[in-house]
Design a protein around this ligand. Structure first.
Ligand code: NAD
Length: 252
């Protein structure tokens, strides 16, 4: 039998097909959670589920977080399968569409805001409604993924940095509004993490970034997942509306 902080709990992770989302599924599963691995790329979400041990209690779901009906369908699928809503929600779905501000296409600004910020809002709203309707909100925990570039700004990321600053503000507002139902909402603020999202960063830029990190290296998805797991669990029962940096010490 699994022993851990999430035994008997359902954890829904968006962006679960890759990087930080996939590592989060592994961390929560290790601690006994039933995992809902949700991603726009269902094939990768399935691979995440296959990589977990104790697999019978986990499912993968296809979702496009920027589309409210798709988010709605995802929660209906979870309810059909588990007969209750998830009480751990991790919003890890995210995209980049980098270019200099003077050259940025309007559609690339909209795409990033829609997935990273609106998508996080839609999942929070739908999850909270489902939990309150089921009388299961007390003790629930929502963890959003912001970014250090949302705190300091970053050349080439007018869209992404704005979306992530928005995620932090959304997190604080959600904490204020949902705490009366017993739902906590916090954000992790990663620095530069090795994942498909950062693979395309040119080597020269990677070296420049590393020079600004006290630990002198990019982080690993597992190092972010550990903090997400802590915020999702009752171990962090008095942390609410907070943003926790996981950057290796960033001097940006
Ligand atoms: N990697 C980093 O350095 C870093 C730093 C700070 C914050 N973050 C944030 O952490 C989160 C995870 O990033 P990652 O590094 O694992 O990236 P990743 O690209 O490896 O994974 C992102 C996942 O989100 C999914 N996704 C994209 N759009 C979606 C949509 N509309 N609906 C559902 N799923 C969608 C993708 O299919 C992918 O599986 C993102 O929000 C990202 O912005 C990453």
């Amino acid at each position: 039998m699994a022993i851990g902080h999430f035994v008997g709990r359902i954890a829904l992770v968006t962006g679960a097909g890759s990087g930080i989302g996939r590592a989060t599924c592994a961390a929560l599963s290790r601690e006994g959670a039933s995992i809902v691995a949700a991603d726009r790329d269902e094939k990768n979400a399935k691979l995440t589920i296959q990589s977990l041990k104790d697999n019978a209690k986990n499912i993968s779901v296809e979702v496009d977080v920027k589309d409210s009906s798709s988010v709605q369908r995802m929660f209906e699928e979870v309810k059909k399968h588990f007969q209750k809503p998830p009480s751990v929600i991790v919003n890890s779905a995210g995209i980049t569409r980098d270019s200099f501000l003077l050259k940025m296409e309007e559609s690339h600004f909209d795409d990033v805001i829609n997935v990273n910020l609106k998508g996080t809002f839609l999942v929070i709203q739908t999850a909270a409604k489902a939990l309150i309707d089921a009388n299961m909100s007390d003790g629930a925990s929502i963890v959003n993924i912001a970014s250090i570039v949302g705190v300091h700004g970053n050349i080439g990321q007018a869209n992404y940095s704005s979306s992530k600053a928005g995620v932090e503000a959304l997190t604080k507002t959600a904490a204020k509004e949902l705490s009366k139902f017993g739902i906590r909402c916090n954000a992790v603020v990663p620095g530069f993490i090795e994942s498909p999202m950062t693979e395309s960063v040119p080597e020269k830029v990677k070296l420049m970034v590393q020079a600004q990190i006290m630990l002198g290296r990019f982080g690993k998805p597992e190092e972010v997942a550990e903090v997400i797991s802590f915020l999702a669990s009752n171990r962090s029962s008095y942390i609410n509306g907070a943003s926790i940096e996981v950057t290796g010490g960033c001097r940006l």
